[in-house]
Design a protein around this ligand. Structure first.
Ligand SMILES: [Fe+2]
Length: 484
């Protein structure tokens, strides 16, 4: 039996990349760079992540040639030899990461990133109290660009902060540099320092790499940037970037050995606690539209969407200026369930109704966790690297009734949903959102790209077109009256 999900399982494999021109409509406009403005990590996230902010202004260049503004920040690796360090910064010309052990007689790992190069080295530890030190007698560590990466690693001209991350994984012996969200599809450059030796264990290729097992601190220097922008900020995530988690979640009594082996689907237990909780709320078989009290609910919604003067089409037309001047094709209905409990961007559960050939703008999710289940019809989910360059990642996920997909702060944050049915079929999804349990920032908006106002970030505050119970009653009434 063919695995229905295999078409998008290896979405990130080399050569398996969607080009802008393949993306649903308005493709040319996607080539225009868009501003991405991830808000800086709040210091209040300290309880869950280690967040360190450089001094507001470290040094500013004088008139001396070759001197630049620099920021220096340092943080611990709470787990020796592993973790992901995210440098959140604006306009860097270069970033220098130095990972050290507690023993200054041991080597330090240096990673220098410029706009067009990534270099890994090891060498003597920096002298006490120094910053931005790069020893003359350093030894290069061979690395390779990742298949889908571009040759541009930093964004010196971007006037907003971007996230540049470095993952150190001593167990697998892999160093990775990436941009935007800390996941494997965003990795741009890597070095593999271990090899498999009989009887099937991994050893350092060179014993001189063994100091990586003991790394305990990282210091980062940003060279270049704007004195008026937010200073360099470091975030330490205890886990390295290791594996690609597929966008599809299957129940654990359904997933097969083959799907586990190929990684074409995952189970909720592999996801964040927030995603697990959301999944437990909506994945059940009784979370469906056409229930005993109204068997034709989805059919009635479809009629209401596709018939002029009926409730759904009227609401859609009324909101057709929401994402730009009279953009009917970008509209969908948001029918909310439950109250905003203060733990999600808007109501925690939203029934979304997607007319045929309508698509959302490309948008992010304010670093929230989310679960999306298709209740009726089918929809495509396109994924992108960031709002700034909107480079598609892999082919879209084709989601049909019963399928469940997910989003978390580091995965699938930037997407576009698109109902591409040609026969007027609507798609209905239930979306549920949650902030991280310890996320005290609660970024109350989704940012999106507007084709008419490039380079301006837009914030969409999740709203409600109607509450679910009122909507169901109104559609039922409309359906019952259809022959009158
Ligand atoms: Fe979304």
């Amino acid at each position: 039996m063919t695995d229905r999900f295999s078409s998008f399982f290896d979405v990130f494999a080399p050569g398996n990349v969607v080009h802008n021109s393949d993306v649903f409509t308005e493709s040319v406009k996607l080539a225009v760079p868009h501003v991405d403005a991830p808000p800086p990590y709040s210091p209040t996230l300290k309880s869950v992540l280690t967040v360190v902010t450089a001094k507001p202004l470290d040094t500013v260049s004088g008139d001396a040639p070759g001197s630049y503004l620099t920021y220096n920040a340092k943080t611990k690796l709470n787990i020796r030899g592993q973790g992901t360090v995210v440098a959140n910064c604006t306009g860097p010309l270069a970033l220098l990461f130095a990972f050290s052990t507690n023993d200054s007689s041991k080597s330090t790992l240096y990673v220098q990133v410029s706009e067009t190069t990534v270099d890994f080295w090891y060498g003597p530890s920096p002298p006490q109290g120094s910053s931005g030190f790069l020893p003359a007698d350093k030894v290069a560590i061979e690395g390779q660009p990742m298949a889908q990466s571009t040759s541009s690693y930093l964004r010196p001209d971007m006037p907003y902060p971007a996230r540049y991350w470095l993952s150190v994984d001593h167990k697998n012996g892999i160093l990775r540099f990436g941009r935007d969200y800390a996941n494997l599809s965003m990795a741009m450059y890597q070095a593999e320092l271990k090899q498999r030796v009989p009887p099937g264990v991994y050893h350092w290729k060179n014993e001189k790499f063994a100091f990586i097992d003991e790394l305990t601190t990282v210091s980062v220097q940003q060279t270049g940037g704007s004195p008026t922008a937010a200073p360099l900020q470091l975030v330490y995530l205890p886990l390295p970037v290791v594996q690609k988690l597929p966008p599809i979640i299957l129940p654990n009594d359904v997933i097969t050995l083959e799907q586990l082996a190929t990684g074409s689907a995952t189970v909720a237990a592999n996801l964040s606690p927030e995603c697990q909780r959301l999944y437990a709320n909506v994945a059940g078989s009784k979370i469906e539209l056409d229930t005993e009290d109204f068997r034709e609910f989805s059919k009635a919604i479809e009629r209401s969407v596709n018939t002029e003067g009926l409730l759904c089409q009227t609401m859609l037309k009324n909101k057709s200026t929401e994402f730009g001047p009279d953009d009917y094709k970008s509209t969908y209905l948001r029918i909310t369930l439950g109250s905003d409990l203060g733990n999600s961007p808007g109501a925690p559960f939203v029934l979304e109704i997607w007319p045929a050939l309508h698509a959302s703008p490309i948008h992010n999710h304010g670093d929230s966790h989310a679960i999306i289940k298709v209740l009726h019809g089918s929809i495509k989910a396109y994924y992108f690297t960031s709002l700034y360059d909107a480079v598609p990642i892999g082919p879209p996920a084709n989601l049909s009734r019963g399928d469940v997909t997910w989003i978390d702060p580091n995965n699938y944050q930037v997407h576009q949903l698109s109902n591409e049915s040609r026969d007027g079929s609507i798609c209905c999804t239930i979306q549920c959102y949650s902030y991280g349990a310890k996320d005290l920032r609660h970024y109350e908006a989704f940012d999106y790209v507007n084709d008419d106002t490039h380079k301006i970030i837009h914030h969409f505050e999740p709203n409600s077109d109607m509450s679910f119970l009122d909507f169901k009653a109104a559609i039922k009434k409309e359906w019952q009256e259809r022959r009158n």
